[in-house]
Design a binder for this molecule. Sequence first.
Ligand code: PLP
Length: 449
Amino acid sequence: MAFDTVAANAAPAAHPAHSTTTDALLARQRAVLLPVQSRMLYYGDRPLAVARGEGDWLWDIEGKRYLDFFGGILTVSVGHANPDVVEATARQMRTVGHTSTLYLNEITIRVAEKLAAITPGRLQVSFFTNSGTEADEMAIMAARTYTGHRDVVSLRHAYSGRSAAMMAMTAHANWKQGGVYDGHIKQVRSPNLYRKPVGMTDEAYLDFLVDDLADFLATSTDGKIAAFMAEPIQGVGGFAVAPADYFRRIEPLVREAGGILIIDEVQTGWGRTGKHWCGIEHWGVEPDVMTFAKGIANGAPVGATVMTPEVAESVRALTLSTFGGNPVSMAQAYATIDHIERHRLWENAEAQGARLREHLEVLMSAHDFIGDVRGMGLMQGVEIVVPGTAEPDPARANAVLNAAREEGLLIGKGGRWGNVLRVAPMLNVTKALIDEGAERLSRAAARVG
Ligand SMILES: Cc1ncc(COP(=O)(O)O)c(C=O)c1O
């Protein structure tokens, strides 16, 4: 029987099990998925079982509707089930789904051409993988082959992924397990103006960070490094924004030590920070390598490492990612980038981000348990503290997060103490929905306060 006849005649198989309550689904998950995953559901509180999503909204299987201001961890960038993206992806699935990188696929080349056009400076050559972890892995590998050095310096509070090397890069104890240690991966102090030493000016704090890095390179490495890697705004680290001159000041030290600059744009890319495509463009430095994932493809598993030609050229050994550059995920990435470009969503992120920020600052003035509001564009953090102090208050942050959910608003949290609320609406969010979300958050804060 011809394949198309089978497809036309076959009725969809009835599912042997189908759950209509969150508790029933959770029981099934607990039986078959890694236990820690169930403990992490909705940050360890009441799980949310997803039924469907559309634009800025998500519905749970019990019918409650939520305004989604976290987008699957800053990943759904242009809205759930965005019709442009769905159509392009389905079209590609009907055309050809997978061939591996042993064959030429125009859609993969088109995405790489887009990345070469969009990323700043001389970043021209891409390697595609399936996650941010792998994108960062490739960046480290290329830095080592290019420089011939091994040491990589990253920042405390960074999150780089879940492979062995990326757990070593990640600087949060709770995200490292299995005795992960790599003697060639080392962390220095991360910039966080809210957590600078008491009484220090911003200028003195920047000098302090730069001096610390210089001292670190001179004492804790052999003076030669492969790379310095950082996120312009630490995502998991609690949306801590590097000071305006930070990267300009540290770049010469990195270059002097023979290293290259790797910028991890997994959370900050694609217009998220407003005004520019890439977060690092706010800081005016040109990285040698940039990594992307999350928002690049509105939810498809795509990692991208974009390099200068000479860094790319240094990678000589065979390397392959079976699914990397897969035509379907590339079609999804292309449609997402195209959607962002046609609607100039970096401008919307700047405008709506400013509006969101105003709302959050009003909220801070109303509650003494909000110690800091920070971020850029549609990536805004709210640090929850013990009233009148700077002491982190993770329990209250959790209470606000849960109250927001009761109000039908989904946000995230992060930071070393888990006390920073992370608010990151879709890049195409409207002014009306920003106001709506802020109103829901304000009601949630009032309940907790
Ligand atoms: C900045 C950053 N880099 C890398 C990663 C790892 O990405 P993935 O989970 O896709 O492997 C993440 C994930 O949260 C991230 O936030």
